[in-house]
Write a protein that binds this ligand. Structure first.
Ligand SMILES: [Fe+2]
Length: 374
């Protein structure tokens, strides 16, 4: 397993897949979208930025949320299958992949280390942390090297979520102080080398890209305190469909990022938010979810391309499901039948059809009965 990759003709293409968040009964549209993205966009590295599985529903029935199994063995088996849907396609294409966890990955009885071992079973997995016990297994660095072996760019991967395994069901979103100290030391080691940081949960500084507005303003969304906010388009580009759900505790993370001169912070978690803005010299890249099983929408369901160049620059672009799979009547139907947000309409329509059929049969039965009586 590697912890470094080489630029090809001065460029290295990353495909960020955030929040694929699915189960062993995977939604096929997501798998199709990802397969097509790998074939068409030809990434040199795929980065799964957390909530890679829906870790708190691994034992659910195929439909609904009724639990149909229990215990660690069943959880592990289901996790293994859920992960295979996202890892096999990259591994089969011999594309290196890296990962960090999100809040949903750890919401079960399997430990983060045990789960990391599933990723490690795939030959194309990048080398995660196993030796440094001060931080989690998904806190590590990937070096990007020139042909002569010189490190030209660093990707810092940071853990930020854990669940209390004592049965309290508490999920905490935090960058632990030890993780922040690790980053400080790591950036000192790679001083003056351009870098980017991947972390699942957005930083509280994302609120610098919002502005207060009234309820009827274009793009207005209701904040947690009942007031309305929207994306501040004077400092940010993209879409915001929900108030940023940020780290509960960041323990001075942004200060370290700024002081170390990290170029960009790449996040996921907020499925409906997809934008880029700059704050105090740092780019904030927020990416929508790939998952069809969980909430999302047409503008934010997709993947992000990040091209990093050997001279330290980078370019990024988000591609939606329709950009990747094409906008045709067939893809529109496919999207409708697989996307979570249409679930209510879908079941209501099916319910109406079923009700109409039952009513029709009942009416026919009554007519037959009356005829007989006469
Ligand atoms: Fe999340």
């Amino acid at each position: 397993m590697k912890n470094s990759l080489e630029f090809r003709n001065g460029r290295l293409r990353i495909l960020q897949v955030s929040d694929p968040q699915d189960l062993k009964y995977v939604r096929r549209s997501m798998v199709r979208m990802l397969n097509k993205a790998y074939d068409d966009l030809k990434p040199d590295l795929v980065v799964f930025t957390g909530d890679n599985i829906l870790g708190n529903h691994l034992l659910d029935a195929r439909f609904g949320t009724r639990k149909v199994a229990e215990g660690k063995e069943a959880t592990y088996d289901s996790m293994y299958l859920a992960l295979s849907h996202i890892l096999q396609p990259v591994n089969r294409r011999r594309i290196p992949f890296a990962m960090i966890y999100g809040n949903h990955d750890d919401m079960n009885c399997v430990t983060k280390d045990e789960q990391a071992d599933i990723y490690r079973q795939y030959p194309m997995s990048m080398k995660m942390n196993r030796d440094d016990k001060s931080v989690d297994c998904d806190t590590y660095t990937i070096e990007l090297r020139a042909e002569n072996g010189e490190v030209k760019y660093c990707l810092y991967m940071l853990d930020c979520a854990w669940q209390d395994k004592t049965g309290e069901k508490l999920c905490h979103t935090e960058v632990k102080p030890e993780t922040v100290s690790w980053l400080k030391k790591e950036t000192e080691k790679y001083k003056n080398i351009p870098s980017m940081l991947f972390i699942h949960i957005p930083l509280p500084e994302q609120y610098n890209f919002t502005e207060v507005c009234d309820a009827k303003s274009e793009g207005a969304i209701k904040g947690d305190d009942g007031s309305y906010i929207r994306l501040d388009k004077s400092v940010c580009e993209g879409v915001m469909n929900e108030p940023p759900s940020v780290l509960e505790e960041s323990n001075g993370l942004f200060d370290v990022i700024r002081e170390a001169g990290i170029q960009a912070v790449v996040t996921g978690h907020d499925h409906g938010n997809c934008f880029i803005g700059k704050y105090e010299g740092v780019d904030f890249i927020q990416t929508g979810a790939a998952s069809f099983r969980c909430y999302g929408n047409k503008r934010t369901r997709g993947v992000r391309i990040i091209d990093i160049f050997e001279d330290g620059r980078y370019e990024t672009e988000f591609r939606t499901f329709f950009d990747i799979c094409g906008k045709t009547p067939l893809t529109a139907v496919e999207f409708f039948f697989d996307a979570d947000e249409y679930e209510v309409i879908k079941y209501a329509s099916l319910g109406s059809v079923a009700l109409a059929a039952i009513s029709g049969l009942a009416a026919a039965g009554i007519r037959k009965y009356i005829k007989k009586k006469r």
